[in-house]
Write a protein that binds this ligand. Structure first.
Ligand code: N01
Length: 531
């Protein structure tokens, strides 16, 4: 297909998934184009520029591994890289692999329609442009559609309204300003300490307290970097065999079978080292409430030690299952509540009544604000896909198909929507794995599949109804063995979006998932209809 605007593959999104998909497909000789809504590449790291935005996965793991020279030549500054450095890395990759020439920015895909006569997708954009491609790869991201809360009067706010997920490119000067922030998830927890240092006052409106572990960030240890670089492929392989494809040092011992003192010293050690490996302190935290409670108690104690005002400390202690929401990782989050210019408003005792022209009115008080920051998260996993009007076979709309949850096969493909692939879609490990590792695995699988189809002169692939149902059952069965689907109202189950069907969306267990995908491919794409 080489007419203007006709490609073998159209890739939607220029984040890490879209970038690698473009590189991989082009290197196999497919014609491909990336279409991106933002004015530049970088996905998550293009949009989320709020103060403190940084990754919670170690820099030596949160990077591509497809190119040996790339992973040897790039050097990270810190253990956990900040947004600007990750964006610089994305730009470096784009330059090295000459990606921009096949990317189109400031272009939002609006509709996608499958033409069954010619096995081709017809794609239209907000500028009225039309593309045709045999295959589409949806690299639209799991956390890319910002969630704007339905709060009365929000549109009346006359001062400056910001959302962490679409932060302006210019620096915001909070000095001498009265700032309010709604939300206490990962984004807020990173932004709050830095905004508090700048602002005259910071008022935090909390609906649900989150668990946060200190990052213990710092400059990247050069000797560790050298050691890893001397055996990078082996290091990557070891990590890919772990549950979340992360080097999180899993402990195979049970929390409930460990004596209290010994257990607390394991937690203390993990707390001092910092970050997500805290969740791997014991092997039963995800499956046994009693075990989970021991970790919850430990963190509550830490909060009470750090936060001087016992009442504030009490309100900051979460009362949910640890890990059923994405664990937050911070630098000085709890310490920030000891500052004189910071106050915490608990929305469970005083709910927001409305946003006014000049601030927020709760049932208890009125707060005058110069800036209101929404750190209210995303319509996760399905939001960006459902924003596009996607119509498959017989004009079936994806919005209709997914009315009762995102049914799919392998988190990659959807019955009724041939030749369309999701990268890190619902039903895949995605947000519960190292995202870049998951992205490369998906893209490689899809690229191999398209290559197989080309070799066998096939023009259409779609998941069968049976394979899809079995996959949905499998994802649910695995999740049901853990405390996560019911332990709290998380975005993993869509609970943060009013009216969204409650389904646990990620697939738990990266290695097992990869094995399954490989067995599907080696069995001539078992579970797919090919023609
Ligand atoms: O969003 P969230 P986020 N009234 O959904 C509150 C990744 N990430 O942007 O819990 C009042 O976690 C909401 O309250 P509740 C990471 O995977 C990674 O912070 O729904 N409050 C919650 O407190 C993360 O999990 C990194 O009761 C309202 C907050 O807003 C994911 O992105 C950094 C409300 C939203 O928290 C999302 O994180 C940042 C309302 N109407 C993000 N609506 C790192 O790598 C919502 N809230 C470190």
């Amino acid at each position: 297909m080489l007419e203007k605007n006709s490609f073998d593959v159209l890739i939607v999104g220029a984040g890490f998934a879209g970038m690698y998909a473009l590189h991989r497909l082009r290197s196999l000789g497919f014609s491909a184009r990336v279409v991106e809504a933002g004015s530049d590449l970088g996905g998550t790291w293009y949009w989320n520029r709020y103060p403190g935005a940084r990754c919670d996965v170690h820099s030596l793991e949160y990077s591509y591994q497809f190119s040996v020279s790339l992973q040897q030549q790039w050097s990270w500054t810190e253990k956990y890289a900040a947004q600007a450095e990750i964006l610089a890395y994305a730009n470096h990759v784009a330059k090295q692999f000459d990606l921009r020439k096949d990317m189109q920015f400031s272009t939002r895909v609006k509709t996608m329609c499958f033409d069954e006569e010619i096995d081709t997708w017809i794609i239209s954009t907000d500028s009225g442009e039309e593309f045709r491609s045999r295959f589409c790869i949806m690299a639209t991201g799991c956390l890319s559609k910002p969630n704007f809360p339905d709060i009365k009067g929000l549109e009346d706010f006359k001062a400056c309204l910001l959302h962490t997920a679409i932060w302006p490119k210019h620096e915001i000067d909070f000095s001498n300003k009265r700032v309010g922030i709604i939300g206490t998830g990962s984004s807020a927890i990173q932004a709050i300490p830095l905004i508090a240092e700048m602002a005259k006052s910071l008022t935090i409106f909390q609906r649900t307290a989150s668990f946060s572990i200190p990052a213990c960030n710092g400059l990247l240890d050069k000797s560790y970097e050298q050691e890893i670089k001397s055996r990078y492929p082996e290091f990557r392989k070891e990590n890919s065999q772990r549950y979340a494809a992360l080097n999180n040092n899993p402990n195979s011992v049970s929390a409930v079978e460990t004596a209290t003192d010994a257990r607390n010293s394991v937690y203390e050690d993990r707390w001092q080292r910092g970050g997500l490996p805290f969740l791997a302190s014991f092997n039963d935290l995800a499956t046994n409430v009693e075990a989970n409670n021991t970790a919850v108690e430990f963190i509550h104690k830490k909060i009470q030690e750090i936060v001087q005002d016992p009442d504030v400390a009490q309100r900051l202690c979460p009362h949910t299952v640890l890990g059923c929401k994405r664990l937050c990782v911070d630098t000085n989050y709890y310490q920030t509540y000891n500052r004189d210019n910071v106050q915490l408003v608990d929305l469970n005792s005083t709910a927001i009544e409305c946003v006014t022209e000049s601030g927020i009115k709760t049932s208890g008080a009125e707060y005058e604000l110069d800036y209101l920051v929404l750190a209210t998260g995303f319509d996760a996993m399905t939001g960006a896909l459902l924003d596009i009007d996607i119509r498959g076979v017989d004009q079936l709309r994806l919005r209709e198909k997914w009315r009762n949850g995102p049914h799919n096969y392998l988190g990659l493909s959807i019955n009724g929507f041939p030749n369309l692939f999701m990268i890190t879609g619902p039903g895949s490990p995605s947000v519960l794995a190292n995202m870049i590792v998951a992205i490369e695995q998906h893209v490689d699988w899809v690229a191999d599949c398209l290559n197989y189809m080309r070799k066998n002169t096939l023009t259409r692939i779609q998941a069968t109804v049976v394979a899809e149902q079995n996959w949905v059952d499998r994802v649910n069965r695995i999740a049901a063995k853990t405390l996560f689907p019911t332990g709290c109202n998380s975005w993993y189950v869509g609970a943060n979006i009013p009216g969204k069907t409650r389904v646990f969306m990620p697939y738990l267990g990266y290695p097992n998932y990869v094995d399954y995908c490989e067995s599907v491919a080696t069995n001539n794409y078992k579970g797919f209809g090919l023609s």
